[in-house]
Design a protein around this ligand. Structure first.
Ligand code: UGA
Length: 439
């Protein structure tokens, strides 16, 4: 078992730290935020993630995990330090590496024994070479330090499960020592390990994420064509998915991909290509299709209604996907401001994300429209003139089509997640518009 430190307690860092502890390693998670550290010590997770708090409490009680702001004590005698800090997108699409640089410098100035620094954050190809050089430039004690790449493939909402049951662990190393150490850290997980060089490892992360983004944009593109030619995207996806070369996952057309990864990673790879004088046309198309897709339903509804001014608009779902309170790049963030601008009276429901949304759009009247947050989908639908569905939460999916007809003043529904059968909505007397299907 190893002594590990993890820098950053966001989705990547905290979940990795907790899972390493669960596998028997001695883990110290470092964050700069004192109140967050106190919260984690008391067994409360700063992020909403199924199963995470239970594992935090169990491993904290067993003395295998601790949380601190004191990076010196955490780093100085660690066998390996995992970096899981954010790499947010900059206005030009490139990744902001300043958080990584800060941690790298702290590591260089504190380690007192040979140490492997493992970058889990998604970073542009070639970054880890620079991180290694940077750490060596600032190193104070005469110890061996190497950098390895170990990208993360967890999805929000199922992060713990994805980590403990990953299809593969990718490790990118430049020496036998680094490769063997990382392999021994991951041995207790009992998962397949793919060992490549550092740059390939960095590229695998982007190539995998962007391929999934491409798959979604392709299906959205085809869905838009399906509507024009009278085909049904659900049936088309099902028929395609039987071919194992295509696979049945990530074929769901909808309101476009959001979250902290696909939008950022598509732009970052396009930017990297551009830097090397290459135009990554496939990825660029995926970005363009996605941008248009997010406002597709709003545009359709705008054509159908003369105005949103003074209309009661039910918004069901605010987060970028179910199972998370994360709003980053969510379709709601594009559509709600447009509806407010048009003078809509919005009643929004989200089982988990409403509080975060209310920080951005406080309850009450704005310049033109107004927004209220309600605790059930029924309250949002009551007396509504139109309804938009942005997230496929189970609570929304479970609503019977009759509920829309009974509660809404005019049963007019724009569904960005294709939650209902077109026939069932028609039979219930609902005017139903979805993605890539008739209506
Ligand atoms: C994604 C990847 O799935 C993870 O493998 C990866 O590790 C992670 O990014 C990351 O780089 O950290 P995540 O962003 O949490 O995970 O969520 P996904 O479940 O992949 O969904 C992303 C977006 O695509 C959501 O807005 C979702 O609604 C949309 N989506 C997904 C579709 O529109 N259609 C689909 O068929 C699947």
């Amino acid at each position: 078992m190893h002594k590990l430190a993890v820098a950053g307690t966001g989705y990547v860092g905290l979940v990795a730290g907790v899972c390493f502890a669960e596998m028997g390693h001695q883990v110290t998670c470092v964050d700069i935020d004192e109140s967050k550290v106190e919260l984690m010590k008391s067994g409360v997770s700063p992020i909403y993630e199924t199963g995470l708090e239970e594992l935090m409490q169990k491993n904290y009680a067993a003395g295998r995990i601790d949380y601190t702001t004191d990076y010196v004590s955490a780093y100085k005698d660690a066998d390996a330090i995992f970096i899981g800090v954010g790499t947010p997108e900059q206005p030009d699409g490139s990744a902001n590496l300043s958080y990584i640089a800060t941690v790298a410098r702290q590591i260089a100035e504190t380690i007192e024994k040979d140490c492997l620094v493992v970058v889990k954050s998604t970073v542009p190809v070639g970054t880890n070479d620079k991180v290694e050089q940077f750490i060596r430039d600032f190193l104070i004690n005469p110890v061996k330090v190497e950098v390895a790449s170990n990208p993360e493939f967890l999805a929000q909402g199922s992060a713990v499960h994805d980590t403990l049951h990953a299809e593969r662990i990718i490790i990118g190393t430049e020496s036998k020592w680094a490769e063997e150490l990382l392999k021994s850290i991951y041995k207790p997980f009992g998962l397949p390990i793919v060992s490549v060089n550092r740059r390939s490892s960095e590229m695998i992360k982007y190539a995998a994420n962007d391929f999934l983004a491409l798959k979604i944009s392709y299906m959205n593109d085809i869905a838009n064509l399906c509507e024009l030619v009278g085909a049904d995207i659900g049936d088309v996806a099902e028929g395609m998915g039987y071919d194992p070369r295509i696979g049945s996952k990530f074929l769901n057309a909808g309101i476009g991909f959001g979250g902290s990864c696909f939008p950022k990673d598509t732009k970052a790879l396009e930017y990297l290509a551009k830097q090397h004088g290459y135009e990554l046309r496939t990825v660029k198309s995926a970005i363009d299709v996605n941008q248009d897709q997010k406002t597709m339903l709003y545009k359709k509804a705008s054509k159908r209604l003369i105005t949103f001014n003074g209309l009661k608009v039910a918004v069901l779902g605010l987060t970028f996907k179910p199972g998370t309170d994360d709003l980053r790049e969510a379709a709601s963030l594009e559509n709600v401001p447009m509806l407010l601008q048009q003078g809509a009276d919005i009643y929004a429901y989200d089982p988990v994300g409403a509080a975060n949304f209310a920080k951005l759009f406080p309850e009450g009247a704005s310049a033109k429209g107004a927004i209220s947050y309600v605790s059930t989908p029924e309250e949002a639908l009551d007396g509504a003139n139109v309804c938009f569905i942005f997230t496929e939460w189970g609570e929304i999916k479970a609503l019977h089509p009759d509920v829309y007809r009974k509660l809404m003043r005019t049963p007019l529904v724009y569904d960005g997640r294709n939650l209902y059968s077109v026939a069932a909505m028609r039979d219930a007397g609902v005017e139903y518009h979805s993605i890539g299907r008739e209506g």
